[in-house]
Every structure is written in structure tokens, then in C-alpha cells.
Design a protein. Sequence first.
Length: 694
Amino acid sequence: MEGTTTMHTPTRSPGPTVITLLVVALVAALAVPAAPAQAATCDAWVSPSGSDAGAGTNASPWRTLSHAAEAVADAGCTVWFMPGIYSGPQEIERRFQTVTRFRSATPYQAVFEHSSMVVRVNGARNVVIEGFEIRHSGPGSSGTVVNVDEGGGVWAEHITLRNNIIHDSFDNDLLKIHNGVRFATVSGNVFYNQGPNEQHMDVNGVTDVVIEDNIFFNNFAASSRVPPGDTKHYIVVKDSNAAADGLLGAHRITIRRNVFAHWEGGNESIIQVGNDGKPYIEARTVTISDNLFIGDGTDRATSVLGVAGATDVKFVNNTVTGDFPVRAIALRIVRKVDNPMNENVVIANNIFSDPTGTLGAQPGEQSGKFSTGDPASVTGLVLNSNLYWNAGNSIPSGDVISPTDDVGRIVADPGLVADIPAVVPTVWNGNAFGSGAISVRDEFLRIAQRFGVPGSAVASGANPSHASSTDLLGNARSATPSIGAVETAPQVFGNASCPAGAIPSAGFTDISGVSPEARWAINCVAFHGVSQGVGSDLFGPSDLVPRWQMALFLARALDAAGVSVTGPDQGFVDLGGFPGEVVSAVNGLAVLGVAQGVGGDRFDPHAAVSRWQMALFLARALEAAGVSLPAGSSQGFVDLAGFSGDVVSSVNGLATLEIAKGVGGDRFDPFGAVSRWQMALFLARQLAVAGVEP
């Protein structure tokens, strides 16, 4: 089993010659395809004028997503959707062994619409849905717009929604992720106009969900709708059904690098963590970081953050700016009905700024509150190193906690744009956003760069122990980080192996949504010979790295470093159909103790590599080459409890060399899956350590 082999005692520091050989080999190894050889020719096509009796080719396309999901080969394929309106329900139930993408051939020109639930992902696995406009067909429609759920008692997992425009539910949520879903990513989308008394996103009884780089807002008039006036949260994180789905509570939810603007809704919190008054912790380990909250509406909200029945909640490095009509500019915290005590809520390194001088005030009032709720409802509430600005007026106090309780507080003008228009985000008109932007990322950057970039007052003011690792724009934070969502002096990546600005773009069209460091790493790795991507000018940055592919990386690297990766058949029964090179790599690595099986004579080749496994693989590969990672002192990761000493030492050693860093705050996210952009980062950082010349 992984994690059971004891690491050898370190004998010497990594030598540049051996590491160079190993790194060069790893770079060459990444040039394998994203799936077995047939993946390059397995693209399929769908058209509103096609037929599900067709061949699924460009000349004879299928007609529906539902059929395409059942008919496409399970070989890392992309299913392309031609422009047009796809009416009716669409469903994916299939548990793919390889990551399978369903992608609009022209961004946002393939439109899914229906009078009931539009897209349902039901117990599926390894699915990416990318580039669509998804909406209800009009008044009278019912149900959610997109629903990610269990199916037949099986949890959906490894689901990605990326670069979509999801809008106008007339009855329910825009997106519901619930009932045990795990490893879901919602990245680079636009959400607007949910149904009455509902949310943009209901994150309900799930684990390991990342919500990043999205735009959330409402503008009902722009969709020719009367504002219902009672819409709820943009995002709610909770667990409504106890353990009926086999999971109690929502765990490890990350909400980062998003824009929240133009509140048109009821008296609710913009983000609510815990909600239903259950007699158990509804949400645990929720991180809300590097988001931009813009007050550009007139409807009154309860607060920016609401907490009720949650523990280990971090609200860090966010920027709240504009004239917010709210009951509390920061926090409302209570125990609803049967809730247990709220515990360990951290509010740190944030900007709370109102250029109109009415911070936290309701309409018609001149002063507001910082927090509301019940002080007896929470233990372990921390307020630290935030910046407060009320245009020179007094800073409001709070019922639960007040800015005067913040020992690291700064009261100063953050230098943000004071002239905020009545409506900041713009809706999609079928060809462009109202601002003229033609992509979600362009609209995101327009807003973030205009309204989120502060002045020098926030520089170096954050508490590093609470700081996030990247900012709203995806830049890495400095060792003395800034307060707020945008870092004023981000770290600059690049070195002798891949000098910043000197590495040409590899031409991948799907990497604009990743951070600047990740784009640098992808181009760096491509510059060193990894230029194939996953076909059709795509790198597949969010595609997960499966265990069979990682085995090839490591085996080829060790071969180049002079280590023989051979050995007899280890009896793995699930390698049928794989090329001989893969089978040989798996068996050889198992003999060396680098990558072992998962029990029961299985290697589980299609399973995505987790971050703790990745750390072990890299460390053991170095060990097999006669090189040990530096011992490395503890890097302070709090989520490694229960892991073996092998895992902990591997993680700390790689983190000491800054090859595999944490994911923000003090978390390594050991159970998180490794995507291709992350793998590119690991390899590019290895190049930096080794000093490999281009």
C-alpha cells in the first residue's frame, strides 16, 4: 500500500548532476499523451442538427450531450459541440476512467437550455464541461440549471465546470453540488440571476470542492426580469440531509479568487457557511480567500459572511469595497435551531473599505455595524491584521467582534478606486459581455484590475501566518504579504532555466484561467520539449494526472538517471489493455518500492494521483537514484495529521525546496488530486532547483 514503505535515512544533499539528470528525464517523460495512444484520434462531434444515430464525427455529428456521454470512447476524448441551441435535458451518468471533456467548439455559442433541469451530472466521474452558455428557457421553468449529484448511491467525483456562462434560473439554484460529490472544481465561470428564494451555488454535503476565478452578480433587468427581491446567497455551504448520503457535513471547501458584485436579493449573507440549523457541524474547513466583493447595488444584504453551524472557517485576504447596504459589513454569526457551537473562525488580512463614508450602513443610515449575531455562539474567533477605511469617518463597532479587537489593525485609505458605477459586471448578449469583453476571463480581469488593485497602504501589512499563497490575479504573495485580495509586490517567477519573459508561449489556448506562475511553468515545460499537450492546441491544465501516467514519468526519469526500472510481473490484474511500456514501468517501480499497488492485486492505473502520493513518488524516485531530499523542518501544514512519517517527511522536504508548496494558509491539501498544470509547476520548480539551462 502507498505510504507504508519507510524512507531511508538521508545520506547527503541532492547533488546537482543527479538531480539534473532526473529533472531532464522527468521533463521528457511528461511528453506522453494524456491517455493511451488512441486518445489522439477519439474526438467526437455534436450538433443541434445532428442525430444520435450518427457516427459522432464532424460530418455525421450526434445531437445530444446525453447520447455523447454514453457513446464516446473512454480514452481521454474531447466531445466538441457546434454552435446552436440544444433544447431539452442533458445528462451525464458515466463514470469515465479517463478525463473526458465536453467542450463548446466556439466559446459560449453552444447553448444548453430547458424548461426544467438543464444539465445533470449524476454519479459521473472524470468529466469536464467547458465553454457553454447554460440557462433556463424562460418564465415558468423549474428546477436547477446545473445539478451535480450522486447517482444510484454512487458519489460523483472529479467533476469540473470551467469557462461557462450559467444564468437565469426561474425557480431554483443556478448550480447545485450535493449528496456526497467530491473533488469538484468550478473555475472561470459567470453566474447571474438565480430563482426566487434560491442561491447561485448550493454546496451541500460534499467534500474537496474548489470554487475559483468566477464572477457572481445579479442584474435581473438586463434579462428582462423583475427582481424577485428575495433571492438568497451567492454561495451557501452546508449539509441538509445529515448522513443520508453517507457523508456528514461539507468538508474542505475552498472559495478563492472570485468577484462578487451587484447584490440584488433579500436580507441574506453573500456567502453563508452553515445554514440549516442542524444538530451537527454542517461545514468544516472552509477557506474564503482572495475574493473581491464590490458594493454596487442598493438592495440590503445581511453581511458579507454568515456563519451558523460551522468550524474551521477562514476569511482571509479578501477585499470588500464600495457602498454596501448591509446589516454588518463583515460577519453575522449565530447558532440556528439545533446548531452546535461555531468554532475557529478567522478573519484576517482583509480590506473593509467604503469610499462614501457609510461603512456597513443600511439605506438611510449614516453608520452601520462591523458584525452582528450572538457572541456566545462562537469560540476561537480571531480578528487580525485587517485594514479599515470609512472615508475618514469613524469605523463601526460590532455586536460579536469589533475592529478595536484587532491588534494588527490598520486604519488608512487603501487606495482603491472610489468611483464605482451602479452596475460593475455586465451580462452576456450572445456575442460579448456588455463591457465589450468577449471571454469570461477578459471580463474578470477588467473588473479585478479596475476595482481590486490597492495602493501602498496595504503593502506588507498582512499577518503571514494567516496569508493566502496567491492573490486575486493568481500572483504568488511575497514573504511580507499585502492586506487584501491583490498583492502589491507579488513574487516574480523565472530563473536561469526558464527566465521570466524569455520563454516563448507554447500556444495553448486553454491556459488563460490559470495563474501567471502556472502559465510560466506550462510554457517552461513545453519549451523543454513538452509541446504536445492533449491535442487541438490544448494543454488540459485541469486534467488530472492518473497513476499510469505518473508511473511512466518516474520510470523514464529513473532510467535516464542510470537506475534500472525492471522487474518481474508483480501480479497487478488491472493493467490489461495498457502498452507494454506502462506495464513494465508499473512493475519496475513496484520492485523499487517507488509506486506500489493499492491492495488486492490492483495498481488502480486510472485513479488520479493525490498530492500526498505525488510527494511520496517524487521523494522515493530521488531515493532510488541515490539522492535524498533535505530533511526539512516542519513547514507547519496542519492537515497532515494521521499520515505516516514517510508522507510527512516527503512533503516537508519538497516544500523546503519549494518544489511542492501548500495550497494556502497552513494547508498542504494531501487528498487533493494533481492536475496537469500543477505537475508542470512541480517540474518547472525542479528545473529551478537544478539550474537546468534552456
